[in-house]
Every structure is written in structure tokens, then in C-alpha cells.
Write a protein that binds this ligand. Structure first.
Ligand SMILES: [Zn+2]
Length: 80
């Protein structure tokens, strides 16, 4: 009777390990899909960016008040 329980328990453990492995493989596959999607989105974003467009805006000091403003734009002190 004890040996039968041992066999059932062993089968249950083996089945559990197999099921966990199968489930793990599914999680890894799903994770890979998500990561590929992220990577593709990042690549598309980088490609859509116009070449030559500066990532940072150049700043120039205002000749009137000296505060730094985006180059080529009018300072707020001139609008007043
Ligand atoms: Zn100014």
C-alpha cells in the first residue's frame, strides 16, 4: 500500500515538474514576444526620427535679459 502511494507520488512529482517546465517554456516564449515588440518599437522610433534633427535644443542667451532661450526663438521679455 505504501509502495503504491510512493508510485503515485512519484508520478505526481514527475507530472508536476513536466507541467512546470511546459508552463515555463510558454512564459519564456511570451516574454520573448514582448521583448521583440519593444525592440521593434524602439527601432521604428529611431528610424522615424529625422536625420540631422538635434536631440537637444541649442540654447542662446537673450541679448536683452541674458536668460537662456531656445536658439532662433524670441525671448518672453521681448513679447511684453
Ligand atoms: Zn530676454
Amino acid at each position: 500500500m505504501i509502495s503504491l502511494l510512493k508510485i503515485i507520488f512519484t508520478i505526481a512529482v514527475v507530472y508536476g515538474v513536466w507541467f512546470a517546465f511546459k508552463y515555463r517554456a510558454r512564459i519564456v516564449a511570451a516574454h520573448k514576444v514582448v521583448m521583440d515588440e519593444k525592440k521593434r518599437a524602439a527601432t521604428a522610433e529611431a528610424a522615424s526620427r529625422t536625420p540631422g534633427t538635434p536631440l537637444a535644443q541649442d540654447l542662446a542667451p537673450c541679448p536683452k535679459c541674458g536668460s537662456y532661450i531656445a536658439a532662433g526663438t524670441r525671448c518672453s521679455c521681448e513679447k511684453a
